[in-house]
Design a protein around this ligand. Structure first.
Ligand code: MSP
Length: 523
């Protein structure tokens, strides 16, 4: 089983292009793994508790439950629109999740992993956490990233994080590929060094925060939002679920010795996923072999290259974009113009340029030529044709190479590289057409077998490229398969991709444009 999760989005606002990227990237990975032949369980969802939600709901004068219901819809509607197809949907106000969080808290307390103590110190309202001296800037102040900072004293519950950090350090140092890309691992190890000896405060007194999961053994407290949220990865996979809960079987989704992939942004690696979550799982008794892999992606910056923020007014709205350019243009751009793990600047002109060049021109051209010329020159019937020349040998070799490059890249979550590999073959096919000039060849009836060979090579290439593209562009791939009159192509697996998917004598359909060029209106 390939168990894939995304971060669960805060429901105190609306989704932006950064959230959309993470979901589309994960959806592409899920679809690719299926194409690879894996059974996949793809979990996504929303983070509905915490101080920010409570505050925003108060400002709007509604109960937090009503508020999160409304905002959750904004997220789930967008994922439907963007064709993000998850198998499980996590909402942290779900009673089944709450029961799981309580069961874990009770178990950890019984094992002596939790304790209560009084603490006085500085608290960041925005980050919902106590601050340490190491959080001060060079001038000794708490910087603007912490928002409002207040001094408070209170009693709270703590998780003995410090008992697990030596194990974590050793685990990270000795286990390859749990943090992807690898350069993030050194950042994490440095952070771990700074964090050593500190336990994690996992409760909030109800006077300060009501909107959370009540402690099972101390009714005056609710659970710290990160402790609650991280547990979604197991609760919605059926961990400690009651009979008939409707949740999956945990031993099937996350069997002992398997590593799920958590797709997260770079801002929530440290400390939440890279430190807290690993230590929580360790305390819960998960073995080293069952620790998840963290796929840490970079950020999409807003227009102008700055971090997206309300105050800069540069937030890119995925709904607007999808309406303007179409869902598949957005999906394509989001995974095409960023290196997984690195940041990128959102740029509408590049979106249009990449779509028009790689899809409308190159792939669109291949579709049109393969289908149109077959209709016009061979009556819509494909024939494998006459003897092969070096040109056909080279074309078939180009396809084999592209598939190998694509698989290598996609196995490592490098979607942009995977797409480039497909493009290389499409460009090869268009060059081949230009050199072979079937429109000239067909003027002499003696060349009929040659024309058939050329058109067959284009159609077969198109069929295979449609399959490779299907994780990113499911709708376009389905249209191409339908025009080739081979809807079944999209249920094939990667290992089935051998030359000759289209048989001799196969009748193809009529071409209809799959990638109409995007024309930007003059401003
Ligand atoms: N609720 C927490 C995650 C809990 S996971 C147990 C959270 N939510 S969030 O809404 O702020 O962010 C959700 C995801 O979107 C995170 O992985 C975050 O890194 C990602 N992104 C937020 N802004 C982004 C960009 N500008 N670009 C790419 N991803 C971004 O954190």
């Amino acid at each position: 089983m390939f168990f894939l999760t995304t971060a669960i989005d805060y429901t105190n606002g609306s989704p932006h292009i950064g959230h959309a990227y993470e979901k589309v990237l994960s959806d592409v990975i899920a679809r690719y793994r299926r194409l690879h032949g894996d059974e996949v369980y793809f979990l996504s969802g929303v983070d509905q508790h915490g101080q920010k939600v409570q505050q925003t709901a108060e400002k709007e004068g509604v109960h937090p439950a009503t508020f999160v219901k409304r905002t959750t819809k904004k997220f789930s509607n967008l994922w439907d629109k963007l064709d993000v197809r998850y198998d499980g949907w996590a909402e942290t106000t779900d009673e089944r999740h709450k029961a799981c969080v309580r069961a874990i808290l009770t178990e950890l307390k019984d094992q002596g992993q939790l304790y209560k103590k009084a603490h006085s110190g500085f608290y960041s309202v925005r980050q919902e956490q106590f601050l340490q001296d190491r959080d001060r800037d060079e001038a000794g102040n708490f910087g603007p990233e912490w928002g409002e900072v207040v001094e408070i004293e209170e009693e709270n519950w703590y998780f003995k994080l410090s008992e697990h950090t030596d194990w974590l350090k050793n685990f990270l140092e000795t286990t390859p590929e749990v943090i992807i890309p690898g350069f993030r691992k050194s950042e994490l190890l440095n952070a771990l060094e700074r964090n050593s000896g500190i336990d994690l405060c996992i409760s909030r007194p109800k006077e300060r925060l009501r909107w959370g999961i009540e402690f099972p053994f101390d009714e005056h407290y609710v659970t710290y939002v990160w402790f609650d949220a991280l547990i979604n990865y197991v609760s919605f996979a059926g961990y400690k679920a009651a009979e008939g809960s409707g949740l999956p079987d945990f031993s099937n989704v996350w069997p002992e010795g398997s590593r799920p992939v958590h797709v997260i942004g770079k801002d929530i690696l440290i400390p939440a996923h890279g430190i807290y979550w690993f230590c929580m799982l360790h305390a819960m008794g998960f073995s080293d072999d069952s620790m998840p892999r963290l796929l840490v992606h970079g950020f999409w910056n807003g227009l102008g290259g700055d971090k997206m923020s309300k105050s800069l007014g540069n937030i890119v709205d995925p709904n607007e974009l999808a309406e303007k350019f179409g869902v598949e243009a957005i999906r394509y751009y989001l995974v095409r113009d960023i290196v997984t793990g690195r940041d990128s600047n959102f740029d509408v002109e590049r979106l249009v340029m990449l779509f028009n060049t790689e899809l409308a021109n190159e792939l669109g051209n291949l579709c049109n030529r393969a289908l149109n010329m077959s209709q016009n020159f061979t009556g819509g019937t494909l024939h494998t044709g006459g003897g092969l020349t070096d040109e056909e040998t080279a074309l078939q070799a180009s396809l084999t190479q592209s598939i190998a490059d694509y698989r290598r890249a996609m196995d490592e979550f490098e979607v942009a590289k995977g797409l480039e590999a497909i493009s290389r073959h499409v460009v090869h096919c268009n060059g081949y057409t230009e050199r072979m000039k079937p429109w000239e060849l067909k003027k002499d009836p003696a060349n009929a077998p040659r024309v058939q060979t050329v058109l067959y090579h284009l159609a077969e290439s198109l069929a295979q490229c449609a399959i490779l593209l299907s994780p990113v562009l499911p709708q376009a791939a389905a249209k191409i398969a339908a025009q080739l009159r081979r809807d079944d192509l999209l249920s094939m697996k990667l290992d089935d991709l051998k030359w000759g998917l289209l048989s001799d004598g196969h009748e193809i359909g009529k071409p209809k444009p799959v990638f109409p060029r995007i024309v930007l209106e003059e401003a």
